[in-house]
Ligand binder design. Sequence first.
Ligand code: ZN
Length: 212
Amino acid sequence: METQAVSFEAEIGFLRLVLAANDRENVLWPPENSEFAVKTLLKARGTVPSLDDAASIIGPEVLEALAPAIIQKRKLENAFLGYHSGCHYCGATDNLSRFDFALMRVEHSGRNWGEVAASIALSAVLLPVLGGGMLRVPGKSFNGAAVHLRLVVCKACQIKEGNFFGAFVLNEKKASKHPLWNELVSAGFTKFLSHDTLPDEFKFKHMVSMKL
Ligand SMILES: [Zn+2]
């Protein structure tokens, strides 16, 4: 049997699963992500490797090089998704609901990531990470990259901000309450996409991407 060289991408994917599976307190990965990681590892390897096991599988120096970037990216995703966040209107921590949306940067010819990078308010260190976390969104009239975000709203604010019928319907104005809205808009992510307007394949699976 031929031995296949383990690709860099595969190592990242593997390590990400190990980190998520071992995050038993769900500090960085929500329970559903950790459970998914446990299941995937059990299916692929018959066991859930510890971090020490992972170090012996991919090499301790590879683990040390990759783990901080994976964790950094996860923290950024958590900020996008409001994980562990209180209400984005009032800060309340009870009776929270989360509303999915995306911000898209429409791609123009002659414009590249580097130019926009200079203006982004998020740390420059996070930029490559951010790039890897984005979804490609093919559109009929536009192409671009989209960032998946979640607005966290408590019950009281849903009622206060609700429409005539008392229903809280997420729109662009409400979504702008997201704490990273201004940074992303200034980085060119100006097109608001409601959950329903995204193609099916981007309807926000919990594991947005296994890649870094
Ligand atoms: Zn609130």
